[in-house]
Design a protein around this ligand. Structure first.
Ligand SMILES: [Zn+2]
Length: 95
């Protein structure tokens, strides 16, 4: 797992190698070039995912991080194994 990511400022293009925390997401980052406060883009959990060369550690290890797990394949619960036959075995019609 890579813990260093090169952040590229979208405003001034300043690049800076930052060490990512493994237990938290860095939501804000102040650019050292132009002092602009970077925020994650929509759908990204931290500035490293949006502007870094390497996504943040939780994303690298496929954890859900702070992004809600959306692609959860839902099962409709246990189904009965087959259709039920109400025919009695060997029974003849007594009505
Ligand atoms: Zn900048």
């Amino acid at each position: 797992m890579q813990l260093e990511s090169t952040l590229t400022c979208p405003s001034c293009g300043h690049r800076s190698v930052e060490t990512m925390p493994t237990d938290a997401c860095l939501f804000f980052y102040d650019c050292k070039g132009c002092r602009m406060r970077l925020k994650p883009l929509a759908g990204d959990c931290c500035v490293f995912c949006s502007y870094g060369s390497v996504p943040c550690p939780p994303v690298q290890s496929n954890d859900s991080c702070c992004v809600p797990r959306s692609a959860q394949a839902g099962g409709a619960g246990p189904k009965p194994a087959g259709p039920k036959f109400s025919r009695a075995p060997g029974g003849s019609g007594f009505l």
